[in-house]
Design a protein around this ligand. Sequence first.
Ligand code: CP
Length: 308
Amino acid sequence: MGLSTAHLLGIRQLLPEDISLILQTATQFKEVLQRPVKKVPSLREVTIVNLFYENSTRTRISFELAQKRLSADTINFTASASSVAKGETLLDTVNNILSMKVDMIVMRHSATGAPHFLSQHVPAAIINAGDGINEHPTQALLDAYSLVEKFGSLQGLRVAIIGDIMHSRVAQSNMHLLTKMGAEVVVCGPPTLVPKHLTSAFPVRVSYNLKETLAWCDVANVLRIQLERQNQVLFSTLREYNLAYGIKRSLLDAIGKPITIMHPGPINRGVELDSDVADGHDSLILHQVENGVAVRMAVLYLLAGNRN
Ligand code: CP
């Protein structure tokens, strides 16, 4: 049995069975990645373009590594170094690339819905690597994989998503995934950074009290303050944000129980997360990055299998 979808546009479109299949397949690829020869021939006949219209470190390298580990041919496209700078449209760019016989497109774009638009206009499998403030599905999948690896299951797990919920595609994808898979979710941040109608869209609770939220949760997934997406003043200063909503060792010690710390990266150290917590013994952050390769191998492999 394969995935129920030809593209990975968001977690919203996935069934719980799809999520389970991706996580199980990732376990097989993680085993491959422990071998001396970390490579399988699964996508030997597949060509993939990584189409990045927005900056990335983790997602881009992770997708490229996943493609190489699967023996796919890969092309990297950076919008700022392309004819996009001369005014070429997204659709013209993609159709020109596809005419060179490309099978799959991994796309990051600052415009919400850009991968959905492409999926309706081109005959290639599209994988969303982050679109505007909408979704970042492979981030939520690698987060889920890391949690299942640590806790065995998402069912009943208490996960707090903390920080700039308003501008976070990671929060959106995590809320979809965690609630589909039976976790309990509390969303916590300053009222100006939490969308007003969130609880009518998701079965989550909203809290503005960081200490109570941390005392409740098993896992704190801490989000980056996305200054580049804010065109108005939503909190006074970064220093004040850190005082009210930053995760600090002293706060965790006062709560006195282990809380697993996650962050999608890049971290604003000393703003949403202090360094001794980010680098501490309860941090999963580098495991998340490591697991991203196996999870993206699983997504590429399963979607390639759906092409015929
Ligand atoms: N987590 C994440 O998307 O990081 P990058 O922006 O570096 O890809």
